[in-house]
Design a protein around this ligand. Sequence first.
Ligand code: HEM
Length: 503
Amino acid sequence: MRSIKFAASTLLVLSLGVQAETMTRDNGAPIGDNQNSTTAGANGSVLLQDVHLVQKLQRFARERIPERVVHARGTGAFGNFVASGDFSALTMATPFAEAGKQTPVFVRFSTVIHPKGSPETLRDPRGFATKFYTDQGNWDLVGNNLPIFFIRDAMKFPDMVHSLKPSPVTNVQDPNRFFDFFSHEPGATNMLTWVYSDLGIPASYRQMDGNGVHAYKWINAQGQVHYVKFNWRSQQGVKGLSPSEAAKVQGNDFNHLTNDLYQAINQGQYPKWDLYVQLLKPEQLNDFSFNPLDATKEWPGVKAIKVGTMTLNKVPDNFFAATEQAAFAPSNLIPGIEPSEDRLLQGRIFSYADTQLYRLGANNSQLPINQARVKVLNHNQEGAMNMATGAGDVNYQPSRRLPYAEDGRYKAVQTALAGTVQQLAIKKQDNFSQAGAFYRSLSKVRQGYLVEALAGDLAKVKDAGTQHVMLSYFYKADADYGSRLTQAVKGDLAKVKTLAASL
Ligand code: HEM
């Protein structure tokens, strides 16, 4: 009787004419019945010996892994990066070694604060993370759509994120909480102005630029250093939504960003971005009214050079395997690219790899999406879910028996230091001028969207002190901007001016 059932299921031919394959349990054994549990007689209890049922329920209950603590909702795509020239005079980084050189990539776009499954129409910066599978290991450029950030020191990141996440009491995001935090953070004025502009709700991921935000170092074979900022420019143009457009899109399709990217790629309309770099010599770092290694600042007036173009041309076959399990880390660097001394970046260099050891496990770099496309040779070993096969009994270095060698060309670049160990904020903060310049660069219509969206949230702030401190920051950035916001929330302009004068 059993063998007849088995044969019937293997030979089952669907009405579509497709020959069905026999299902198996995780141990590979064929499954006899995926519809009915094993019971003791017609009316008896279900038996624990139904190992297929038990395994199915166990695996189901374990389907979720912790969502990313930030950037939980994302959309990924594969593609390639093609260098537009030979930039070896500036960097040893191999994707830039010669014109036409191709490097495969995986990109994950994301929202930041809102959880997995939340509407993609909510205001947020957007993540733009690129994994370059280079021939010298993986390089992750983990950036955002906006060119700057809220804070300049990693010490403040968990507090800032707590203030932006839902209240621990109500589980609802609350402007009273995040403006309370930002009223102590004048350096955030620039980023808040960008986030509340129409760029805080992109029309599509394709119509969004990307930015590395921080300065990194480019290092050439002679050990010469340039500070470098990276900027992806969308060939599709850049488009954000006004508050009323966003409300309309949210009503129609709150997955508009994911749906747009999948549809475009599946229809063969492959989106493209050009990669630009801005370069500064170390001796130029003091030439500005601000510190160029401050992540709240752009580098206005520094020439941008195009170094390549990226095309995204394939969506993953499985969302979880690729997009959810992707581990992007600013510490995934390759020869020719090092972190700058930017304090925010220095914190990120630690934080991502650390969270991924928890979120995905000790061997997350062995998952296919994260695996380097070159041989990984070191003596890191074991740990949960290890898929590597050992290379004999020499699991240490140096050794005469297994001569793995270092290569001195890839030592850290030497950097001169001066001063004392200290805990002090950076000098030359210049907290407001770039926010004002950005406001003035917007058309009248876009200034209107910004004032509408920002005043909408500032009006919810119940504490008049917090509200007026925030208004004074925007007034200090630009008097027209601050006055319009003050008027919109029915604030006290004289008080705002007095507070702004003391900044
Ligand atoms: C000290 C400041 C920051 C800290 C501590 C921090 C921390 C984190 C953490 C823990 C994650 C989750 C990673 C994971 O689970 O795989 C994350 C994701 C991300 N962060 Fe940050 N972050 C910081 C600032 C920034 C900045 C300045 C940017 C943009 C330049 C940025 C862009 C991203 C992106 C794009 C992701 C999502 C990566 C992905 O798609 O998987 N973060 N961040």
